[in-house]
Each structure stands twice: as structure tokens, then as C-alpha cells.
Design a protein. Structure first.
Length: 241
């Protein structure tokens, strides 16, 4: 029975890693756009900086001397950490001097925070129960802070009665990611993984409900007109060639 639960938990965790990879990959089109423009334009580095700290904290939480038997939490957040650091580096390369300064300060602060957490956890706390409790609470706090961003998008959807600012597949991935890690937390009860993913699942559910409500009131004609204009421009360029 115990081995069956571990097997099920491993399968769920692997699925969770795949879904999370999809979420981590979501900014790639933005990064490609920044690379082509050689400028960060109006894009902000804040979400990527926040995710770096969040991934570092969760990767530390999954280590055997903090919370045993959570290797898939480490792989999930380890991959996320590498990808988010790549995004931050791209931002840094093409950002203006003030933005570079902001990124540098933020990264230094995050490294200091992480170093303090690691030192205090290992030096002052001597059991995995104590360590997982303290680090787990910190992880929950950082996760809750990260969920503030979708709330802004949801408020805008309600205000404009348009879902253009809230991509469907990103909302679906958020829901699936929260749901799968919720199941993972329940198979071998882990309160600190459970709480943020209940919130994530709830956030994703609300986003999907809003999408269903406001999809019909969204003005998609602007997108069609933009496509038509771009096609006409392309045809004109070809005819002139």
C-alpha cells in the first residue's frame, strides 16, 4: 500500500514537472521579442525576479535535510530557477542602465535573503520537522505574493469585459499546475505544498470562469483587423518587389 502511494505520488510529480515546465516556458515569446528588438521596451523584470526567489526557496525546501522524499519538488524548481535566471540575464543585457541597477540590487537582496534562510535553517534548526515548518511557511508567503499578479489581470478582465489580457492556455496551465501539485501534496500529506496549490488551483478556476463569462463580450475584431492589415502590407511589399 505504501509503495503504491509512493508510485502514484511519483507519477503525479512527474506530470506536475511537465506542466510546470510549460508555465516556465510561457515567457519565451516575450524573450524572443526582446532579443529581436534589442530592447526590453515596456516589459518589466519583476515577475522573473520574484520567480527566481520563489524557485530557490522551494528547491531548498525539497532537499532531504529539510523535507525528505521530495526530489520532484527539487527538479521542478531547479529547472524553473535555471529558466528564470536565463530570462533575467536577457533582461539585463538589453535593459537600460537604471533597470540594470534595479535588477542587480534585486538579485543581491535575493541572494542575501536566501543565504540568511539557509544559514539560520541549518545552524539553529536541527530536525527536518522544524526546518520544513520554517522554510515551508516562507515558501507559502512568497507564493501568495506571486498570486497578486493574476489578481490584477482578473480585475482588468472584469473592468473591460474582455479576456484579451488573460491568455486562455496560461490560465488553464495555472489551474492544472495547482491541481496536480494539490494531489501530490495529498498523497503524502504536506501542508506547505498543499496551501499554495489550493490557492493556485482556486486562482486558475476563477480565471477560467471569467474567461467563460467574458469570452463573448470580448472584441476580437481588432485582432482580425490587425491580421488583415499585416496581410495587406505583406501583399503590397510582394507586389512592389
Amino acid at each position: 500500500m505504501f509503495s503504491d502511494i509512493n508510485l502514484a505520488r511519483s507519477i503525479v510529480g512527474i506530470i506536475g514537472n511537465v506542466i510546470a515546465f510549460g508555465l516556465y516556458s510561457a515567457p519565451i515569446p516575450t524573450m524572443v521579442k526582446i532579443w529581436k528588438m534589442k530592447s526590453v521596451s515596456e516589459f518589466k523584470p519583476d515577475p522573473y525576479l520574484a520567480t527566481v526567489l520563489n524557485c530557490m526557496m522551494w528547491a531548498f525546501y525539497g532537499l532531504p535535510f529539510v523535507q525528505p522524499d521530495n526530489i520532484l519538488v527539487i527538479t521542478n524548481n531547479g529547472i524553473g530557477l535555471v529558466m528564470e535566471l536565463v530570462y533575467v540575464i536577457i533582461f539585463f543585457i538589453f535593459a537600460t542602465s537604471p533597470v540594470r541597477k534595479k535588477i542587480t540590487i534585486a538579485m543581491v537582496i535575493e541572494v542575501i535573503i536566501m543565504a540568511v534562510v539557509v544559514f539560520c535553517t541549518l545552524y539553529f534548526l536541527h530536525t527536518t520537522k522544524q526546518r520544513s515548518m520554517v522554510v515551508g511557511i516562507l515558501c507559502i508567503i512568497f507564493n501568495v505574493i506571486m498570486y497578486v499578479s493574476p489578481l490584477t489581470a482578473m480585475r482588468l478582465v472584469i473592468k473591460t469585459k474582455s479576456v484579451k489580457c488573460m491568455p486562455f492556455f496560461l490560465s488553464l496551465a495555472n489551474f492544472m499546475n495547482g491541481a496536480i501539485w494539490l494531489v501530490y501534496a495529498c498523497l503524502k500529506f504536506d501542508l506547505y505544498i498543499l496551501i499554495p496549490n489550493v490557492l493556485g488551483c482556486l486562482s486558475g478556476t476563477i480565471q477560467l470562469i471569467l474567461y467563460a463569462i467574458y469570452y463573448k463580450t470580448t472584441n476580437w475584431k481588432d485582432d482580425d483587423e490587425d491580421k488583415e492589415n499585416s496581410n495587406m502590407n505583406a501583399e503590397n511589399e510582394l507586389s512592389q518587389a
